[in-house]
Design a protein around this ligand. Structure first.
Ligand SMILES: Cc1ncc(C[n+]2csc(CCOP(=O)(O)OP(=O)(O)O)c2C)c(N)n1
Length: 279
C-alpha cells in the first residue's frame, strides 16, 4: 500500500467490509489525498459518519472519528462544530444516510451555513441493506424495492444544497478519480458548508440488477453518463435526464454560523463587562 495511505488508515481495521469493485475505496483514498494536500492538522480534525457501507469509512481512518447512527451524522457534526468551532469537522456519508433519513439535517446545515465538509458517497442505492432505492436512484433502475423500475425522480443533491445555502458545492465521480482530491481539498479549506457529491459504483447491489455486474461496466456507465458543467449549459432538461453533471457549481462567501456565534458571545461579554463597570 502506498505510504500516504498507510499513514492515514488504521491498518489493524483492514481489510474493509467493501465488496470487490466497490467505489468506496476510491472516494476514501481521494479524501486522504485531499486532506494531506490541504495542510490541515489531523489533531484538530474530527471525522463523523452515519450508518452504511460508506459510513464505515470513519472506522478505517486514523483520526478522531465518530461513527454515529443512520442519518444523524450531520446532526452530530453540527453539535461538535457548535461546541468546538476551532475543529475541522468532516462528514463521510452515503446518499441514503444524508438525503433520505438524514435529508432534513443536510438541508438545514446548508441553510445555516455551518462550517462542515460533507462528502457524499453517492452509489444510488442503500448498499448495506442489499440495494433498496434511495433518493438519488436514477429513474427506471431496478432495485430491491423497485423490481419493475424506479418510478420516481431522483434528487440532484448539488442543486438541493445550493438552493439551501451551501457555500461550496461540487460533483465528481469515481471514474474521474483524480478530481476527488482537488474538489475535496477546496471543500476542506472553505469556511462554510461544503458539499462534494461523488458518484460511485455499487456493482453488487445496484450493478447486478441493472445489467452491470462487473465493476468495469459500472465505471463505463458512470463515464458515459457524465457531462461536465460547461457541456451541460447547452443541454436541455430532457437531454440532461439521467446524466451526472460534474464540476464545481458554487464557491461563494457568506457569514458562517459558528464564527457569527463567536462574535455574538464576544459582544455579549463586552456588554456584560460594561454593565458591571457601571455598578
Ligand atoms: C434508524 C435506522 N433505519 C434504518 C437502518 C438500516 N440501514 C442501515 S444502512 C442503511 C442504508 C445505507 O445506505 P447509504 O446511506 O446510501 O449507504 P451505503 O450503504 O449505500 O454506502 C439502512 C437503511 C438503520 N441502521 N437505522
Amino acid at each position: 500500500m502506498n505510504k500516504i495511505y498507510e499513514d492515514y488508515y488504521r491498518m489493524d481495521k483492514l481489510p474493509t467490509i467493501w465488496c470487490p469493485g466497490c467505489g468506496n475505496g476510491i472516494v476514501l483514498n481521494g479524501f486522504i489525498e485531499a486532506f494531506k494536500n490541504s495542510g490541515l492538522d489531523r489533531k484538530n480534525t474530527v471525522i463523523v459518519s452515519g450508518i452504511g457501507c460508506s459510513s464505515r469509512s470513519a472506522l478505517y481512518l486514523d483520526f478522531d472519528t465518530i461513527h454515529t447512527t443512520h442519518g444523524r451524522a450531520i446532526a452530530f457534526a453540527t453539535g461538535i462544530k457548535q461546541s468546538r468551532p476551532e475543529l475541522n469537522v468532516v462528514v463521510l456519508t452515503g446518499d441514503g444516510d444524508c438525503s433520505a433519513i438524514g435529508g432534513n439535517h443536510l438541508i438545514h446545515a446548508a441553510r445555516r451555513n455551518i462550517d462542515l465538509t460533507v462528502i457524499c458517497y453517492n452509489n444510488s442505492t442503500y448498499g448495506m441493506t442489499n440495494g433498496q432505492y434511495s433518493p438519488t436512484t436514477p429513474t427506471g433502475s431496478i432495485t430491491a424495492t423497485s423490481m419493475y423500475g424506479f418510478m420516481e425522480s431522483p434528487f440532484d443533491l448539488c442543486k438541493l444544497v445550493e438552493a439551501a445555502g451551501a457555500t461550496y458545492v461540487a460533483r465528481t465521480t469515481t471514474y474521474l478519480a483524480k478530481m476527488i482530491p482537488i474538489l475535496v481539498k477546496n471543500a476542506l479549506l472553505k469556511k462554510g458548508f461544503s458539499f462534494v457529491d461523488v458518484i460511485a459504483q455499487c456493482p453488487t447491489y445496484f450493478g447486478r440488477r441493472n445489467k452491470m455486474s462487473a465493476p468495469a461496466d459500472m465505471m463505463k456507465w458512470i463515464r458515459d453518463n457524465s457531462v461536465n458543467k460547461k457541456q451541460a449549459e447547452s443541454m436541455s432538461e430532457q437531454e440532461l435526464a439521467g446524466k451526472f453533471v460534474v464540476g464545481e457549481f458554487v464557491n461563494r462567501e457568506k457569514p458562517e454560523l459558528t464564527a457569527e456565534y463567536t462574535k455574538l458571545i464576544e459582544r455579549l461579554k463586552e456588554k456584560a463587562g460594561a454593565d458591571l463597570a457601571k455598578v
